[in-house]
Design a protein around this ligand. Structure first.
Ligand code: SAM
Length: 303
């Protein structure tokens, strides 16, 4: 005997709400990043009306579906089974089924699985529909107190220090607020590297957004790095945001750059001083280093 099909409905505040049919195709559904109330009505209706919910971790998604009384079958789709699962999911889409893609938290595809599935679904002519909602990067951005007119989302930086610093050096000239995801294990080291490579820019560390112990600390990178280094490993998930280079690099006068370099050279080697000033101003590091060398050369010495 085959199981009865799942009832296509969801529950809010004890009321059972029938879900209207949805179009065939892949529905990319944002889910909360902590607070279960941060799910849209359309997301719930879509999860309830779908033939299948495609989840990064079925245990995590089960909690959300159970909270809202959604009984749609679930299947796991993550980096370890994606190659095997993708053809099966694409075949279901080709048959006209309705699939809802979710990740553990927030918006799928944003530092989460789904990019290839969306690409291949589109390539075979399936409709792909976004259901926007929570995203940790944007939640962090709007409380950081940093410029929001331009922002650059990097996601996770490399875990190892040398690779992380190299990547930060590549990002130093971007005239925008930088947004990183980071684990509590690496937040102190990451802040220290940001301070060393980007200079003492204004920043914010947003922890456990929308959750019980939500906290956003704002301040200069150096002070934030020192605080987290002193306090030991924190709990929870982080979005780290770093303000743009202080000034419009093109508008900085030579004298202003020289003044910053002279101050930095009083305490650092030419290489480190150049890295600090390049990070602060957004000027190319090589250009600042050449100027640092010129400034440290004894007067009268030929270049
Ligand atoms: N797709 C998700 C989104 O839209 O935000 C992000 C997934 S990524 C694998 C998980 C990372 O997002 C965490 O390591 C953390 O950096 C950040 N994050 C997720 N939830 C968060 C929260 N409630 N507070 C702060 N950061 C969070």
């Amino acid at each position: 005997m085959s199981a009865a099909p799942a009832e296509r409905a969801f529950t809010i505040a004890g009321a059972r709400i029938p879900a209207a049919p949805i179009a065939p195709g892949l529905h990319v559904v944002a889910t909360p990043i902590g607070h279960l109330g941060d799910v849209t009505l359309r997301a719930l209706a879509t999860l309830a009306a779908a033939d299948l919910v495609v989840a990064e971790d079925t245990r995590v998604t089960k909690t959300l579906l159970a909270h809202y009384g959604v009984a749609t079958p679930l299947v796991a789709y993550h980096e370890h089974n994606a190659a095997q699962m993708r053809p099966q999911l694409l075949a279901r889409l080709a048959r006209g089924e309705r699939l809802a893609l979710v990740s553990d938290a927030g918006t799928p595809l944003v530092s989460d699985p789904g990019f290839r599935l969306v690409g291949e679904a589109l390539a075979q002519g399936a409709a792909v529909t976004p259901l926007p909602g929570a995203c940790a990067a944007l939640a962090g951005l709007v409380v950081a107190g940093l410029p929001t007119d331009r922002f650059y989302f990097e996601g996770f930086l490399p875990e190892r220090g040398a690779a992380r610093r190299r990547r930060l050096a590549e990002l130093a000239t971007i005239p925008a607020t930088l947004i990183f995801y980071e684990s509590p294990r690496r937040i102190a080291a990451c802040l220290a590297d940001c301070a060393a490579v980007l200079g003492d820019r204004p920043a914010a560390a947003a922890r456990e957004l929308t959750k019980r112990f939500e906290e956003t600390r704002r301040g200069g990178l150096a002070a934030l790095a020192a605080a987290y280094a002193q306090e030991g490993e924190p709990r929870g998930e982080f979005v780290l945001l770093v303000g743009p280079p202080e000034a419009d690099a093109a508008a900085l006068s030579e004298a202003a750059v020289d003044a910053r370099l002279t101050a930095a050279l009083a305490r650092h080697s030419a290489k480190d001083a150049a890295a600090i000033v390049a990070g602060e101003t957004g000027l190319p590091r090589r250009q600042v280093y050449a100027r640092a060398i010129a400034l440290t050369r004894p007067s009268g010495e030929a270049p």
